[in-house]
Structures are given as C-alpha cells and as structure tokens.
Design a protein around this ligand. Structure first.
Ligand SMILES: [Zn+2]
Length: 338
C-alpha cells in the first residue's frame, strides 16, 4: 500500500498520460472503485483511521468516473459486459453507514450512478459498533480531554506501561485487533465513554428501514461479514461462518435475489480452501487489493479510493493502471493463493 501511495505523489508527472492509453495497455475494461464514508463536516467515526473525501471531492471523483466509464449495475456485472463498447465502473461502499443514506445516496441519485453497499449483519440498526470505530472514538476522547491521575494510572495498567504519553496510547490503540477488543471495552469504562450511547445518539449505521428505502431507489446490497474481523487473523471455519451467515441474514432480511460479499479489511491470507468451500453457495465476492487479476471467476479485486491523504480519482485510477501494467510486465499481476 505504501508503494502505491508513493506512486500517487508523482501524479503531476503521470496524469498527463491519457487514460485511454493506460486502459488499452492494461487491457482492463471494468474497474471496481470503493469507498466507506463521505465527510459532510461531522466525522467522529473515522477521523483517526483514514482521511475520507469531502462531499465536493467525492462529487469530483464521481464526475471523473462518469466521464470516462459507464456506471455498471449488478445486472450488468452478471451479464458480464466484457463486450462493453465503453469502459465500465462498478461502484461499492463498505460498512453500511448511515452516512450513505444521508450524504452519498442523494449525490449518486442525482448523478445516476449505481452502487452496492456491503453491510455487517451484526451492526445493522446500530446493534453493535465495529471495534475500529471504538478505537477512533477512544483516540478522539484521549486527545480532546485532560485525564485524571486515576485514569492515567488505570490506562498505564491496562497497557502495561510505565510512562503515560497520549500519542503512544493512540498508536497502541490503532494496533488493537478484534481478538483484543476487550481492551477497548475496559478503556471505555476508564474514560467513561459509552459506545452503546454513541450508537443510540449518533446512529452511525443504516437502519433496516433505510436499507429498504435505498433498495427501492435502485441501490443493491451485499454482506461484509457479521462482525468485521480481519480474515487473516481467524480460522477458515470462522471465515466460512462469518461469510455464509452474514450473506444469509442480509439476503433474508432485505429479500435479495443475489449473494454478494466483500471481505472486511481485505482478502489477504484467504486461501483456495475457503473459495473451494463456498463455491456451492454461489456468492460473488470482492477484495480490496487494487487492480489485480484473480483466477477465481466469481471474485473481483476493487480499488480503494480512501487513504491518509486525499488523492483525486484520476490520480488513483491512473496510478493503479500504471502499477498494474508494471506488475504485468513482471508477471506479478495475479493474486497467488495457497
Ligand atoms: Zn469494512
């Protein structure tokens, strides 16, 4: 990921290359950009995790994509529009945030862009909070408040530290995995922040009703696991459970015809064994490795559009295409799985 971001910093040089030439050289005619969140001014959810685009920046991205690619729907993708006379883009959003309903959907409806939204079945209706958002809220609190001596001592005990330094705690918090999320709950007690109150007051996730309203407007939905674990950190048995059960719940709850699934975080470390075992379920799956080819015909790699700095759609898409062309020359453009 770092190399790609380094490449994006040279966009002044490479953005003079015509997009059509890069698409021709790469032989790619469909791209899969994806986002999570569009910042409309209020952002206490992801501000310490990555830098989301503002409404204006997002609209610019969409207009760039629209100018050079045709927006593809699930139906288009199913019909495998490989004989597309134009280039296509298949847009998706992960994590099922209410931000999509309030900010993103009106923009996409106006621009006539199709989008699929991947939901975590345990989080719909604000039932639970993703552990990374707990990290984000904790960092916000630590940075914005003066902590008491008792709180500092309790935090030092929790992290087994001798010295207290706010930024060190924030770095440690960023490294917390889903298996250590009890640390976040303990910390919330020390800081006296309530995640359940945050869920009730802020309602960060889409409600079931909002999903149905969006479905009526033409948006589609898929699953994004139950609990958003990092698949490389859980067993194949749990990977299957998280995948199959979340797809089933979302299909049933929202009366969906197709089975779509995007891997939480990424599909890094997901082996052929997993894909062989879900074959019979006929689930179309999506990763987030950027422009890369897959041997599995029902699995597509998507292009992340959010980083720690803001890059325009042109910079990201052209950078991904250049990176892909280089990888192709080195024969490293295909995902290798055990
Ligand atoms: Zn996610």
């Amino acid at each position: 990921m770092h190399f790609k971001e380094d490449l994006f910093k040279f966009s002044i040089i490479y953005n003079i290359i015509p997009l059509k030439l890069l698409l021709k050289l790469s032989k790619k005619n469909i791209i899969f950009p994806f986002y999570h969140f569009v910042n409309d001014g209020e952002n206490s959810l992801v501000n310490n995790l990555y830098k989301p685009k503002t409404k204006e920046q997002f609209i610019k991205d969409i207009q760039y994509l629209k100018k050079h690619f045709t927006s593809l729907s699930v139906k288009d993708l199913k019909q495998e529009k490989s004989n597309l006379d134009n280039f296509g883009f298949f847009l998706s959003f992960d994590d099922g945030l209410a931000n999509f309903y309030k900010i993103v959907a009106p923009i996409l409806l106006k621009e006539k862009i199709f989008c699929i939204n991947f939901l975590n079945s345990n989080f719909i209706d604000n039932k639970q909070l993703f552990y990374r958002y707990k990290v984000n809220l904790s960092i916000n609190y630590i940075r914005e408040n003066t902590l008491s001596i008792d709180q500092i001592e309790a935090i030092n005990d929790l992290f087994d530290l001798d010295f207290f330094n706010k930024e060190d705690i924030c770095t440690l918090l960023r490294k917390v995995s889903i298996n250590e999320s009890n640390i976040l709950d303990k910390l919330s007690k020390i800081l006296k922040i309530s995640f359940s109150e945050f869920l009730i007051n802020k309602k960060p996730y889409l409600s079931g009703l909002q999903v149905l309203k969006l479905k009526e407007k033409g948006f589609d939905f898929g699953a994004h696991s139950k609990n958003h674990p990092r698949y490389s950190q859980i067993s194949v048995k749990d990977q299957l459970l998280e995948t199959v059960e979340s797809v089933e719940v979302i299909k049933t709850q929202f009366n969906l015809d197709d089975s779509f699934f995007s891997f939480p975080f990424s599909d890094d470390g997901v082996k052929n064994d997993f894909f062989n075992k879900i074959k019979s379920k006929k689930i179309t799956t999506f990763g987030s490795a950027g422009l890369k080819d897959e041997d599995i015909s029902s699995h597509f790699q998507r292009i992340p559009m959010e980083y720690n700095s803001i890059y325009s759609a042109e910079t990201i898409i052209k950078g991904e295409l250049i990176f892909y062309i280089i990888k192709k020359i080195l024969n490293k453009h295909k995902i290798q799985r055990d």
